[in-house]
Design a protein around this ligand. Structure first.
Ligand SMILES: [Zn+2]
Length: 219
């Protein structure tokens, strides 16, 4: 949305792309390959928004089959300022730091939370339900703060969602695991991937350092 357009719609906050930052919050080592995991923050006038919480520690349950997970906790300065948390989904490498935020609203799709609580080998359940956990459950699209929308993007998990941030340069997509790699996203095999391809906006993927606009593959 352009600033003039935002003003017409009565949107108070026009964010800039510089308000969105990426933070390495986990790393998985497998067979000598390293897979980074990133969380995103949005500096919104109403408070700092954190999208996915990464890992703050590990448990023997997640280190197996040659996978070795390393936590990279966010700096205390950021943690202390978080006003709103969003989980794209509740796999353990995306919610491992949720425990740092008792009493802070954590936005998730209702389906995602239900699956994390009931399906076996889905996540580390104690990292999802901890003392003081305050989930805000959504059935579909939601604008959680002016200029920050959640859109269901199923595929990687049934309850997976993406975050769309309106900036003065247009929307930016915080895509979580909608695709593990851009090649996978650009095949458009899932409803979530098709949605992100239609948005055709600069896109963050949780396990890719590069940010770019995905294009549907024609081959
Ligand atoms: Zn995942």
């Amino acid at each position: 949305m352009r600033p003039e357009e935002a003003a017409e719609k009565g949107v108070q906050a026009v964010l800039s792309r510089d308000d969105i930052a990426r933070h390495l919050t986990s790393e998985m080592v497998f067979d000598g390959d390293r897979l980074p995991g990133y969380s995103d923050t949005i500096e919104h006038p109403d408070g700092l928004v954190l999208v996915d919480t990464g890992l703050i520690d590990t448990t023997p349950a997640i280190n197996g089959d040659g996978e070795e997970w390393h936590p990279y906790p966010l700096p205390d300065e950021l943690v202390s300022r978080v006003a709103v948390v969003v989980n794209t989904h509740l796999h353990f490498d995306h919610c491992g730091g949720n425990r740092l935020f008792p009493g802070i609203p954590i936005h998730v799709q209702r389906r995602e939370l239900a699956d994390a609580r009931t399906e076996n080998d889905y996540t580390v359940r104690e990292w999802v339900d901890f003392p003081g956990a305050t989930y805000v459950e959504h059935d579909g699209e939601a604008e959680i703060l002016p200029g920050i929308r959640l859109l269901p993007a199923p595929g990687h998990t049934a309850g997976h969602q993406i975050v769309v941030v309106e900036t003065d340069e247009g929307p930016v997509v915080l895509g979580g695991d909608v695709g593990h790699w851009f090649d996978e996203l650009e095949r458009g095999d899932t409803p979530g991937q098709q949605l992100v391809l239609e948005l055709a906006a600069p896109t963050h993927l949780a396990h890719v350092a590069e940010v770019r606009v995905p294009h549907p593959r024609t081959d």
